[in-house]
Design a protein around this ligand. Structure first.
Ligand code: GDP
Ligand code: IMO
Ligand code: MG
Length: 417
């Protein structure tokens, strides 16, 4: 069966690590949304791989496909591709010819968008031009990879884009769009990647009866339609976007990934956020600093209310918990099980105003005792009973099995049940 690895929180759940772990048994690993706002760190035998666009299956030499639902920054892709070729010989990476590109004006517009918002209303984007690039896709202005084969229509497209955006760029003292510079950049880029570009039907035909692993980026609570709007990313991160974003109309089962606690980068509601030294402790021990922007991630207790919602909107069939080792030494560990007494059916997870004002109290949490050191444990039976109790509580609440427990960043620090 094909599988989808989906983050159930606000991103950085360890999707990259789990995709690498699972990809052994798959033929094709596919991204279907997001761009280089994603940052996935994978450690295999002491070698660290940092990936943004290229699916983690590349580490095992799997064929990787970037579907049309992503947005691709040409400069960034070339850099990432070069870096991976230093570690992996002849990576097999294909790009859908329908992929929309992120160009410099998208990054300028991302900056402008953020600059006109004040204080808490700022989104805190990764500044990679993601939102404006998706705006152009919906607004039918994208330059797509297939356009690079036709310099004449490319120039025409850039001319109308210039007419549309230059007045805004001028107002904000940004450089205006330079058509020749963009044409040159795109031409150089095309020369370097033209052998990687394929039409969707090629991948469809070649992988019709093969096993496909889908790699989600960001997390369900950052989904454009289902997350805490407007503090979301600009793509649909949930599993139902897979067919649209990959162009592959196949069945799959979803494994939902979550950390043993919660983190969020950027602004937006976070009901179980910790503002005390325990939050700082988790950030330090969990090395919770953004891969893309190096920002410190906000930390909080595991939130089962939003997790249950994420499981439902992703049609999750099984679960993976990561980073349980980070909580080892805490005297007590909490899990959020309601919001002001309310369960997930009674909450609108898009309504940021409600979520931001939500004040959790003692009865909204279940408390667990420490489970101590778990270093070197290689199977589930070895784990301390206190950790098993924690895992059982989550399984019962979510009514789903936890099939993978991750105890460290290395590929082999992973227990399959
Ligand atoms: P992604 O965006 O979901 O792929 O997650 P990131 O890679 O951005 O963030 C997860 C971080 O946690 C990475 O630095 C991983 O190396 C690390 N990590 C993954 N699983 C574990 C784990 O079980 N324990 C610890 N301590 N670190 C982990
Ligand atoms: P991975 O795949 C965590 C967040 C940003 C910001 C919001 C919108 O590593 O889990 P954007 O640049 O997408 O317009 O920013 O989304 N964000 C992420 N947070 N992990 C990510 O990806 C993220 N990608 C975007 O911090 O709050
Ligand atoms: Mg990440």
């Amino acid at each position: 069966m094909n599988k989808a690895v989906i983050g159930l929180q606000w991103g950085d759940e360890g999707k990259g690590k789990i995709v690498d772990y699972l990809s052994e048994n798959f033929d094709l690993v596919t991204r279907y949304q997001g761009g280089n706002n994603a940052g996935h760190t994978v450690i295999v035998e002491n070698i660290t791989y940092k990936l943004n666009l290229i699916p983690s299956g590349v580490i095992r030499g799997k064929v990787c496909f970037l579907g049309q639902g992503i947005v691709l920054d040409p400069d960034h892709f070339i850099q990432e591709y070069k870096k991976i070729t230093e570690k992996i010989t002849d990576p097999r990476i294909y790009l859908s010819s329908n992929i929309p590109l992120i160009l410099n004006y998208h990054k300028q517009l991302d900056r402008i968008n953020e600059s006109i918002l004040t204080g808490e209303s700022k989104i805190g984007t990764t500044s990679k031009g993601i939102g404006p690039a998706y705006q152009d896709k919906v607004g039918r202005k994208s330059i797509k990879l297939y356009d690079l084969t036709n310099p004449h229509s490319l120039k025409e497209k850039l001319s109308s884009i210039k007419k549309f955006y230059d007045p805004i760029l001028k107002t904000f003292d940004e450089d205006l769009i330079d058509i020749d510079k963009n044409l040159e950049l795109l031409n150089n880029f095309f020369i370097q990647v033209k052998n990687l570009i394929v039409d969707n039907n090629v991948i469809k035909k070649d992988y019709f009866n093969k096993k496909i692993l889908f790699e989600g980026a960001q997390g369900a609570l950052l989904d454009l339609d289902h997350g805490s709007y407007p503090f979301v990313t600009s793509s649909n991160t949930i599993s139902s976007n897979i067919s649209i974003g990959s162009g592959l109309q196949v069945n799959y089962e979803t494994i939902g990934i979550f950390k043993a606690y919660a983190t969020r980068v950027g602004n937006g509601p976070f009901p179980s956020e910790l503002f005390d030294k325990i939050g700082d402790y988790i950030a330090d021990k969990g090395v919770e600093f953004g891969t893309v922007t190096k920002r410190k991630r906000r930390c909080g207790w595991l939130d089962l209310v939003s997790l249950k919602y994420s499981c439902e909107i992703n049609n999750v069939k099984e679960l993976c918990i990561t980073k349980v080792d980070v909580l080892n030494e805490l005297d007590e560990i909490k899990i959020c099980k309601s919001y002001e007494g309310k369960q997930f059916q009674d909450i609108n997870f898009s309504d940021s105003a409600y979520l931001s004002n939500c004040k959790l109290n003692g009865s909204d949490f279940e408390i667990f005792p420490s489970w101590g050191n778990i270093d070197g444990m290689m199977n589930y039976d070895q784990l301390p009973q206190n950790l098993k109790n924690y895992v059982n509580f989550i399984e019962e609440y979510l009514n789903l099995p936890i099939k993978i427990v991750s105890l460290g960043p290395e590929r082999n620090q992973t227990i399959l049940r």
